[in-house]
Design a protein around this ligand. Structure first.
Ligand SMILES: C[S@@+](CC[C@H](N)C(=O)[O-])C[C@H]1O[C@@H](n2cnc3c(N)ncnc32)[C@H](O)[C@@H]1O
Ligand SMILES: [Zn+2]
Length: 268
């Protein structure tokens, strides 16, 4: 897959252990195999995206297989549409879902995340993919170069996603539903506020093909409860009392509830 310079937009060429453009902007290939294409002007903080602690918690939880029904739903949906690569996973995290999806479809994979820790962790484990530390708002790939784009519990930028998708390309979006992890929430918060959530957003430049609900119950114990919690946005909102209650929880049976929205790139 061709990569483009995040500073000047020119094609990058691989020269030894780096990618270099005509204007001599150079980006080293890290020891683990990923490339950092995130220039300072595209960073909003020193270390944007998930922290190492979040990444490791996610890896431990996902590898234990608790969320494998989500992975299965992605693979089934892609296979039933006869999709092929290249696949781009935006906000790929440590690579659990996209590496399995790409393997099941025997497809070329590009994983992109703004967190260096996430792509480092992904690259160290999954060698058959191109891992990029970059921002979803400036994807360093050519127009129309990707057949399947995925964003799982991560952000959606319709204009940029539409740009890099081929004309008959698909976008798979996974979002948490309103009743996702109510068990965890009821431990953290004294009362549950009902928040209306748009789980099937209309996206400019895309036509919704179908929405597949994914719902399953699982039980977690000990450290995995903390790992699950670290993967959620509740880490930024929890009170001292909530954290204490969570610490004293040793077993949790909960229901994951999400949607897989399958969008097709609309003709212009
Ligand atoms: C909730 S996590 C989901 C990770 C992975 N898709 C999964 O489900 O395991 C969201 C991810 O989006 C990444 N992220 C946040 N802002 C981003 C941006 N502007 N561009 C690319 N990735 C971003 C974070 O670093 C994080 O890894
Ligand atoms: Zn350049």
């Amino acid at each position: 897959m061709e990569l483009f310079c995040p500073i000047c937009g020119k094609l990058l060429e691989k020269v030894d252990r780096a990618f270099v453009c005509e204007a001599r902007h150079s980006f080293d290939i890290a020891r683990q195999g990923y490339v950092n294409l995130l220039p300072v002007q595209q960073k909003h903080s020193k270390n944007p995206g998930d922290t190492r602690e979040q990444v490791l918690a996610r890896r431990s939880f996902l590898e234990a297989g608790f969320y494998s029904p989500i992975c299965d739903a992605l693979i089934d949906a892609a296979k039933s549409l006869g999709l092929t690569g290249p696949i781009l996973d935006v906000g790929c995290g440590e690579g659990y879902y996209c590496s399995r999806l790409a393997e099941a479809l025997n497809a070329e994979l590009i994983g992109l995340d703004i967190s260096k820790e996430a792509v480092r962790c992904a690259a160290a484990k999954y060698k058959d993919a191109q891992w990029l530390c970059a921002t979803a708002s400036h994807i360093p790939l050519a127009d129309g170069s990707v057949n399947l784009l995925t964003s799982l519990f991560a952000l959606t930028l319709p204009e940029e996603f539409s740009r890099i998708l081929a004309d008959d390309g698909y976008y798979f979006q996974v979002l948490a539903a309103e009743d996702h992890l109510l068990g965890l929430k009821s431990i953290i918060y004294p009362e549950l506020k009902h928040r209306q959530k748009d789980t099937v957003p209309e996206l400019a430049g895309f036509a919704l093909e179908k929405t597949i609900p994914i719902r399953f119950t699982f039980t977690v114990e000990g450290e995995q409860i903390h790992n699950l919690f670290s993967m959620t946005p509740h880490v930024f909102r929890i009170s001292k009392e909530g954290a204490e209650r969570l610490k004293n929880t040793h077993t949790l049976t909960d229901t994951a509830s999400c949607v897989l929205n399958v969008y097709r790139k609309a003709a212009k």
